[in-house]
Ligand binder design. Structure first.
Ligand SMILES: NC(=O)c1ccc[n+]([C@@H]2O[C@H](COP(=O)([O-])OP(=O)(O)OC[C@H]3O[C@@H](n4cnc5c(N)ncnc54)[C@H](O)[C@@H]3O)[C@@H](O)[C@H]2O)c1
Length: 464
């Protein structure tokens, strides 16, 4: 047994408290262990996967590092629209890497098997489609599309080309989300009825005011290409390029950036295909820096009853000026308990409360307002009807799960992508899943900007 595996099992022993035999299946843990053991094996040169990253900004660097953590992956080329980031890519990944500001040069190369598309949202779909048509496997950052109208074509191109295509919402590969799903599906919280999920932040970087380099200009940035496939005709602004999330022309607001993570987790755990009604409100309450998207947004989303789940409603919020500080949470609430997942899937707790069989009598009730004789008769009647056990509120023991300290859902997500390329097994987050999470997130923007409820057909993946 490898030392990693031993360490992992030890960590599990100290951090998991599984208190019901029916909940104690370790299938996901086993799968993770297998992955780790596989990662320790040597990969033959013929198994090597040669990748390129298109969009070498914050996430491009992070995705590339996570990709290179998988065995048998080699970075060949990098594309970005800002020169400084190409220079930085050579500093970090080696001088021999091919760099360009034109993604078409990357796609034309025969020696590249897979591309990571980590551009601003406005380019995800276009580059992914072109890459699949050129025979590349594609790891597309979320949201899969910038607008709902792009989704079906991308799904269709994936089906037509049979390209390995995975969306980059890493919480799907998180061991905590997988374990929570297993327990949810085993009935740990009874019947689902609602979800409350939020990203709270309280800092300028968290609100997307990223650092801008001193040489930012049209000399160092390919501004025209940045304008997307629509070729918008807007004058150069460094803010728009380096802080594009603040502008709906390039990004997708807090909904496309962050609600999509929340929806991904919710759909994954509940096996949902998506909601039918979406309504959002929002505003720019604090970060009045020229952005044209909200910094506080709330959505109410209805999930009708389907074969996969009971009806439930999700309330989502992003708050970039939250006095609560930084906190990300997803609470899945059922009739007999609640699963509370923290952050990106570092862990979760399940608290369980079972409704007693007896309805209760006395206390905050009309009982004490009746005459003495009536109270006595009511109480006799109640005690006859309900045993002492029926009258007891049942508090079942809970569950606490923490992912091992060395575990990275991000590394795991990229490793899953490369496994799919090698083994031809299905990816963990395909185009349909990615679009089913992206579309309702983007519908929140449509609802906010058009001030109306958006109706969505989750089966057909079409607006109603
Ligand atoms: N999965 C996650 O948790 C996660 C986290 C952060 C960001 N993201 C996603 O990653 C993407 C990038 O975000 P970021 O924070 O790294 O942004 P960023 O601004 O730091 O980097 C984006 C880069 O894309 C480049 N780019 C844009 N259009 C291009 C084109 N046509 N060709 C080549 N390069 C192009 C820009 O030059 C820029 O350097 C976003 O879509 C975002 O939603 C995902």
């Amino acid at each position: 047994m490898s030392s990693n595996r031993r360490k992992f099992i030890k960590q599990l022993g100290s951090t998991i408290m599984l208190t019901s035999a029916s909940l104690a299946s370790f299938a996901e843990v086993e799968a993770y262990e297998k992955r780790k053991l596989f990662a320790e094996k040597r990969i033959s040169p013929s198994d090597k996967i040669r990748i390129a990253t298109i969009g070498m900004g914050i996430m491009g660097f992070n995705d590339t590092r996570a990709a290179l953590a998988a065995p048998g992956v080699e970075l060949v080329a990098v594309c970005d629209l800002y020169q400084g980031r190409l220079q930085r890519a050579k500093e970090v990944f080696g001088i021999g890497i091919f760099t360009t500001n034109d993604y078409k040069e990357i796609l034309a190369r025969k020696d590249i098997d897979a591309v990571i598309v980590a551009t601003s949202d406005n380019w995800h779909s276009q580059i992914s489609i072109e890459a699949m048509r050129k025979g590349k496997a594609v790891y597309s950052e979320k949201p899969m599309v910038q607008s709902i109208s792009e989704g079906l074509e991308e799904i269709w191109v994936q089906k037509e080309t049979k390209a390995v295509f995975q969306v980059g919402s890493q919480r799907i590969s998180s061991i905590a989300f997988k374990k929570a799903k297993e327990l949810y599906q085993a009935g740990a919280i009874g019947q689902i009825n609602s979800v409350e999920a939020a990203f709270n932040r309280q800092d300028a970087l968290g609100a997307w005011q990223y650092t801008i380099p001193l040489d930012a200009s049209t000399q160092t940035v390919w501004w025209d290409r940045f304008q997307g496939k629509e070729k918008l005709k807007l004058a150069y602004e460094s803010n728009r390029f380096f802080r594009w999330r603040n502008y709906k022309e390039y990004g997708t607001g807090v909904a496309g950036d962050l609600f999509v993570h929340l929806l991904t987790g919710i759909h994954f755990i509940t096996n949902s295909r998506g909601p039918d009604k979406i309504y959002a409100i929002g505003g720019t309450y604090y970060w009045k820096d020229g952005r044209n998207v909200p910094d506080v947004m709330s959505a109410v989303i209805n999930y009708p009853e389907t074969p996969e789940h009971a009806p439930f409603q999700a309330t989502l919020r992003v708050n970039f000026i939250s006095g609560e500080g930084d906190r990300t949470v997803t609470k899945i609430i059922g009739s007999e308990g609640v699963i509370e997942l923290s952050g990106e899937g570092e862990g979760f707790t399940i608290r369980k409360n079972k409704l007693p069989a007896a309805p209760g009598i006395g206390g905050w009730d009309s009982f004490s307002t009746y005459p003495e004789d009536m109270q006595k008769a009511l109480m006799d009647d109640y005690n006859k009807k309900y045993s002492a056990a029926d009258q007891q509120r049942v508090q079942l023991p809970g569950v606490t799960f923490e992912a091992p300290a060395d575990y990275s859902a991000h590394n795991e997500h990229l490793a899953n992508f490369f496994d799919a390329i090698r083994t031809k097994k299905p990816v963990v987050e395909d185009a349909e899943f990615g679009f089913r999470a992206a579309a309702p997130a983007l519908a929140c923007n449509d609802s906010y900007f058009q001030n109306k409820v958006i109706n969505w057909d989750a089966n057909q993946m079409k607006l109603k």
